[in-house]
Design a protein around this ligand. Structure first.
Ligand code: PEP
Ligand code: MG
Length: 316
């Protein structure tokens, strides 16, 4: 039955009653593009550009090298959306030329957008390379910043994008609880939100994502995480803007239905998960997804949330 469902799975992501939820791919560079195209991704929801920077931790790749890599990804999705995340260095991805080596708590230190605002030349080169890479291509380029904490961060990023002459939508990742709590304020500066649920869980639960002993708290079904997601999606809806998910949460087919019910507008995941998420989403109406989301949020633990959502969707 599962095989048949997957074989029938193609086309754009949608609920059984036609509510569209674009299914996008997470990629680390051009090498990941064929699998994304093969899986029928409607675009890229998270292009993790740091892989290009990890080749040499002493200096940033040249503008030319960046243009070449970005263009290969942008070319693969004519008429599609490609959401590029600017460099997310620091914490679990340190770079010698950007990351202070003496931080007591690197995950709480200068990482993500913070390190780019401390090195405006690196951000400028990346944004200029993106602008040049997109020139003449029929792609909808969107650019987002990791680790946005508040409106000041969002404005600094939007200003840098405008200064670089980037013709793209600018967005903020919601990875820090403060950003979810004040999402409407952040949306005064940017045009979309993208939930990085891996970091959002890490920071909401004070549970290091690299420490196995606290993995219970990293479970994306945690009702508190669902609350933060709902808060962000509600804020985006109120502002008439979009709010996607690009963390691991989007790759769990059942949770993808719950996220849809919470009001998330697109789901981005590793290419291998796309057919499963597409097939599961196509089985339920938006109203069912909304009921599953409400049941999950009413639970007191990740496990109860999972069971409650499953019960609603299987009609128990
Ligand atoms: C996230 O934090 O959920 C995310 C998508 O970014 P990364 O996993 O690259 O930190
Ligand atoms: Mg992250």
């Amino acid at each position: 039955e599962r095989k048949a469902a997957l074989a029938a799975s193609s086309g754009p992501g949608a609920t059984s009653d036609g509510h569209k939820v674009p299914l996008l791919a997470n990629v680390g560079g051009p090498a990941d593009v064929p699998a994304a195209v093969e899986a029928g991704a409607e675009g890229v929801g998270l292009f993790r550009t740091e892989f290009l920077f990890l080749d040499d931790s002493k200096k940033a790749p040249s503008e030319e090298k960046q243009i070449e890599s970005y263009r290969k990804v942008l070319e693969a999705f004519p008429e599609g959306r490609v959401v590029v995340r600017v460099l997310d260095a620091g914490a679990d991805k340190p770079l010698d030329f950007l990351t202070p080596g003496d931080e007591p708590n690197p995950a709480l230190g200068v990482r993500g957008l913070r390190s780019l605002l401390d090195h405006p030349d690196v951000l400028r080169t990346q944004l200029t390379a993106l602008a040049k890479a997109a020139e003449g291509l029929p792609v909808y380029l969107e650019v987002m910043a990791p680790m946005v904490a508040d409106r000041i961060d969002a404005k600094a990023f939007a200003d840098a994008c405008r200064e670089a002459g980037l013709k793209a939508k600018f967005g903020a990742m919601v990875e820090i609880p403060s950003a979810a709590l004040r999402a409407r304020s952040i949306l005064q500066e940017v045009e979309f939100l993208s939930l990085g649920t891996n970091d959002l869980a890490q920071y909401a639960f004070a549970a290091d994502r690299q420490v196995g002993a606290v993995s219970r708290l990293q479970d994306p079904w945690q009702p508190a995480l669902l609350d933060l997601i709902a808060m962000s999606a509600d804020a985006a809806k109120a502002e008439g803007k979009s709010c996607g998910v690009c963390g691991e949460a989007a790759s769990d087919p059942l949770l993808a239905c719950v996220l849809t019910g919470l009001g998330v507008t697109s789901l981005s995941m590793g290419a291998a998960s796309i057919p499963y998420v597409r097939a599961t989403l196509a089985k339920y109406t938006l109203a069912q997804c909304e009921r599953a989301a409400a049941a999950a949020r009413a639970a007191d633990s990740a496990e109860e949330a999972r069971v409650a959502a499953q019960a609603v969707l299987s009609g128990e």
